[in-house]
Ligand binder design. Structure first.
Ligand code: KG4
Ligand code: ZN
Length: 343
């Protein structure tokens, strides 16, 4: 007998991307993201402006996803939305929309933890039926603008933090250094682009000393700041003349720091299935270094670019797994800006 199909609408609005996706039985039919250019002038996300832009974008983005998927609104069986972590005002737009949609269509409402979504993006099936999900347990290095964590993933919703940053996230380190170099927001992707043209061995920055499997990036940020101040005193054009090499050297250091703890985690747990998730997993040097782990007998899982940075496909697929377990939310749910990955 043919299984009934399950169509989930996913909504993501935790930061500055308004996104909607349609997943049918785990297969992606549409994945739409509206970026918010409004923050560029401020060099970072302005929470109030993000909430307003979500308000403007959410209905058009959902309509675009439904059109692209070639379905009708009434075909949707459940709506999954990001309930945290993130900016409260931004989360409220997505959760309020989702509650109203669930009530109007009389379908289940499903809350999704944004960080679990990043990890579960590995389970999305492509339109052509291809997929490459890791088997459990695996270790996921989750690196975004707000998080840097080593997570042991034992099942879809069983996740244990093995180590995490004690201060800045890796994405934050990329963005803050980019700002020092006058690279426009969001700095991470552009810094990566310049780094690919530079000499990564030109400048050396120290690694932090942090116990266990934890990370720290605030020291690196400060040492880059002092380094630049000193160089600029001697040569006011230092940054423009050496931009690619500075970017390459900083990027190499951030990725080295990420890989040292990851390698320790592999040794300690004996788990050799390694995945990366979150916006920084779009970074070219990190992708290269993760790929290199195959030479040490690891299986590696690197998401497609569109599933690295914030998207709703990851929320829809996580929602699909919850739908199968009938793990639904009530209309009384409120967003949690500081949600942990295992919540
Ligand atoms: O997961 P994400 O889209 O949003 C959060 O949940 O934070 O991650 C955004 C972060 C930003 O810090 C951005 O600069 C960084 O990911 N990022 C990158 C690259 N692409 C995005 N950092 C370094 N290299 C990249 N190619
Ligand atoms: Zn994210």
């Amino acid at each position: 007998m043919q299984q009934p199909s399950t169509i989930i609408l996913g909504i993501e609005s935790s930061c500055d991307d308004t996104a909607a996706a349609i997943i049918k039985n785990g297969k992606i039919l549409a994945n739409i993201v509206a970026n918010q250019d409004v923050h560029k002038a401020y060099g970072g996300v302005v929470p109030e402006l993000a909430s307003r832009a979500h308000q403007q974008n959410i209905v058009p983005v959902v309509e675009a996803a439904i059109n692209e998927a070639g379905i009708k609104k009434s075909d949707i069986n459940g709506i999954a939305f990001t309930n945290g972590p993130g900016l409260l005002g931004s989360l409220l737009v997505g959760s309020s929309f989702s509650k109203a949609f669930a009530m109007a269509m009389n379908i289940p409402l499903i809350e999704v933890n944004h960080m679990q979504g990043h990890i579960l993006a590995h389970f999305i099936e492509e339109k052509d039926g291809s997929k490459n999900p890791p088997t459990f347990p695996f270790i996921c290095l989750t690196v975004s603008g707000g998080h840097t964590q080593l997570v042991k993933v034992s099942s879809y919703f069983e996740m244990e933090v093995l180590g995490e940053t004690i201060d800045d996230a890796a994405g934050e380190a990329f963005d803050k250094v980019a700002k020092m170099l006058s690279i426009p927001y969001p700095g991470g992707p552009l810094l990566d682009k310049y780094a690919q043209l530079g000499d990564a061995t030109k400048y050396k920055f120290a690694h932090p000393k942090v116990p266990e499997l934890n990370y720290s990036f605030s020291g690196l940020k400060t040492s880059v700041l002092y380094f630049l101040k000193k160089q600029l005193k001697e040569n006011p054009d230092f940054i423009t003349e050496n931009l690619n090499d500075i970017c390459a050297s900083v990027q190499k250091t951030i990725v080295e720091i990420l890989m040292i703890e990851l390698n320790k985690a592999i040794k300690q747990t004996g788990i050799k299935r390694i995945a990366i998730a979150g916006g920084v997993s779009a970074n070219s040097e990190l992708r290269n270094q993760i790929q290199n782990l195959t030479t040490t007998g690891c299986e590696v899982y690197i998401p497609k670019f569109e599933y690295c940075t914030d998207n709703a496909g990851m929320i829809a697929v996580a929602g699909y797994f919850k739908f199968l377990e009938k793990n639904f939310s009530t209309q009384g749910i409120t967003p949690n800006a500081r949600m942990k990955v295992n919540q």
